[in-house]
Design a protein around this ligand. Structure first.
Ligand code: HPA
Ligand SMILES: [Zn+2]
Length: 338
């Protein structure tokens, strides 16, 4: 009998839905506050963790944007990324496609160059230390204007060869994909891949808009697609990857109980679902924790778990050669451990 938890931990996997600002652990938050001479409204790490009780996405976002205020220098962004990669190296992560929210920082006067150079340096260090490859996804904040997104895309111009994709995050309801149709068109014309949060709190209509107006290569979350069987069939037929985040769904009340999480229903419907952490420092776990928690809550079998890991590579923005190489290693791992 194989131990499912250790099988999951060692299983080669990619993380496709991770906000690097959401990997800021309270310990690092305190360290950066001290280093930068910033007052934070918490007396202890425990007090910070106790504040992480959310009843919806906006509750979380308010605390998440406040927490990001301790990130000031290029070194802060490098340390943030390094801490994430050091943590997920122990989770069998061999590739990660990480989102960052430049507007959260440039709107506070932090130069775009410091944010991206710090992250790129943390990513290079992770490849050297752990052999983990990674790509960057520039996410636009959807509560801001499309004009502001265009300004951000312009700021990114000198680094476009080091940015794989653009994404769309922050407050979903009231900020449908259509609001950003033109800036995503411009990003696509520059050769960037496209992803967008859709159907986390927003209705299936937002998922249709992400497909038809943004021409997404991936959907982040996508849970509410399940309310529309026509949409489900379309997503399944086109092999659209959904980057699902079980512990995030629980903490933001997208699901009431992990025992009711639809991850296996998505697979059964033919959807290319993956498992990811979203904002691990805020939602109580990294990618391995997400796999283990949802596997236990839903009683997933080995085949379902392996399919989820397989989907993380096929849904990545890696070249087809790199994907094939990862899948061969995944198959070898499964062969050796089952
Ligand atoms: O789960 C999320 N949804 C929307 N915006 C976000 N920004 C960080 N995490 C999230
Ligand atoms: Zn997210």
């Amino acid at each position: 009998m194989i131990d499912l938890d250790s099988f999951i931990t060692g299983l080669p996997k990619a993380e496709l839905h991770l906000h690097i600002e959401g990997s800021l652990e309270p310990e690092l938050m305190f360290e950066l506050a001290r280093r930068n001479g910033i007052e934070i409204p918490y007396a202890s790490v425990e007090e910070v963790r106790a504040a992480y009780a959310f009843s919806n996405l906006q509750d979380f976002l308010d605390i998440y944007y406040a927490g990001a205020d301790v990130l000031r220098t290029q070194q802060d962004f490098r340390d943030l990324a390094a801490a994430y990669f050091d943590r997920v190296a122990a989770d069998g992560v061999v590739h990660a496609e990480i989102m960052f929210d430049p507007q959260t920082h440039t709107d506070r006067g932090i130069p775009f160059a410091d944010v991206i150079e710090g992250l790129l340096s943390g990513m290079a260090g992770a490849e050297a230390r752990h052999g983990i490859t990674s790509k960057l996804i520039l996410s636009f904040l959807r509560h801001l204007s499309e004009e502001a997104a265009f300004e951000t895309l312009e700021m990114a111009e000198p680094w476009l060869d080091r940015i794989a994709a653009v994404g769309l995050d922050s407050s979903e309801v009231g900020h449908p994909p259509v609001k950003f149709a033109q800036v995503f068109e411009a990003a696509r014309a520059k050769g960037l891949k496209i992803t967008a949060h859709a159907g986390e709190e927003g209705p299936p209509e937002y998922v249709y808009q992400a497909l038809d107006l943004l021409h997404v290569d991936r959907i982040d979350h996508g849970n509410r697609s399940l309310e529309d069987p026509v949409l489900v069939d379309r997503l399944a037929d086109m092999g659209m990857t959904l980057t699902v985040c079980p512990l995030s769904n629980l903490k933001l009340c997208v699901v009431g109980d992990l025992a009711d999480h639809p991850i296996d229903r998505m697979l059964a419907l033919g959807l290319r679902a993956t498992v990811n952490s979203d904002d691990p420092a805020y939602f109580g776990g990294y990618i391995g924790d997400n796999f283990r928690a949802v596997a236990e809550a839903r009683g997933l079998d080995i085949e379902e778990i392996v399919t989820l890991a397989r989907n993380s590579f096929t849904g990545s923005f890696l070249s087809s050669e790199a994907i094939a190489a990862h899948l061969a290693k995944l198959d070898a791992y499964v062969e050796a451990h089952t």
